[in-house]
Design a protein around this ligand. Structure first.
Ligand code: ADP
Length: 228
């Protein structure tokens, strides 16, 4: 379970007058779930890149359980991300020639010379948890909703302390979107993972503890969900 604490973060691009991201302070409690919304150009992707260490801010600290990833070099950030972050991106980056279970295991195969004991079983169990069987069917025949489920199982495999998802229901129909929203939030909660999701889908954001809005790189709204 990871706690985020951002201090004095700014991301500037040479050709932009205002920072793309400007967060003097921002905290997320361990195990909290947060929806991030805002119009196009608001800084949502920049925010995701900075909190996952894909990008280093121009200034400021991005601390996860006290480790400031903004001070780490690229290789150390890559290692930190592989060990701590489950990423669910819009573009699934799945390999069509491989089965679902092999797609779930692929990042682990790159990381380990030999797969740790029990990992293949855990991959199959995660696929079952997202409602897929671990058969040999190539991923090329999967629907978008099924592919998103595979991507969620893959993100959860290394037991990440934080799950970060970018519009995970955007390309899905209402029914599979609702199923993916329920799975993502349910599995994150079960794992005790902190969950940060860029989304404009009320069916998804309604399941999260908190919603923040970005506009022009700044946080303009920050609301805890009302418990009915
Ligand atoms: P969102 O994800 O909310 O659409 P972004 O984080 O992609 O917003 O972008 C925030 C702002 O930063 C935008 O004005 C965008 O044009 C600018 N921006 C993002 N990446 C770059 C870059 N690599 N170079 C220059 N400007 C960028």
């Amino acid at each position: 379970m990871l706690r985020l604490d951002i201090e004095g973060v700014a991301v500037r691009f040479p050709d932009l007058a205002a920072p793309a991201l400007d967060l003097p302070r921002f905290d997320v409690a361990a195990g909290e779930s947060v929806a991030v919304t805002g119009p196009s150009g608001a800084g949502k992707s920049t925010f995701i890149n900075v909190i996952t260490g894909l990008e280093r801010p121009t200034e400021g600290a991005v601390r996860w359980n006290g480790t400031d990833i903004a001070r780490l070099g690229e290789a150390a950030r890559d290692r930190w991300r592989a060990g701590n972050v489950g990423l669910v991106m819009q573009d699934f980056h799945l390999f069509p020639g491989l089965s679902a279970v092999e797609n779930v295991l692929l990042p682990a195969r790159f990381r380990h010379f030999r797969l740790p004991d029990g990992l293949a079983e855990r991959a199959a169990a995660l696929l079952a948890a997202v409602g897929l069987d671990a058969g040999d069917r190539g991923i090329g025949t999967f629907s978008r909703g099924e592919m998103q489920r595979v991507a969620i199982a893959r993100a959860l495999l290394p037991r990440p302390g934080v799950i970060v998802a970018d519009e995970p229901t955007a390309s899905l129909d209402a029914e599979s979107g609702a199923a993916v929203a329920a799975l993502l939030t349910g599995l994150a909660q079960e794992a005790g993972a902190t969950l940060i999701v860029v989304t404009h889908d009320p069916a998804l954001s309604g399941r999260l503890d908190r919603r923040i809005t970005l506009a022009g790189g700044r946080r303009t709204d920050d609301t805890l969900r009302e418990i009915a």
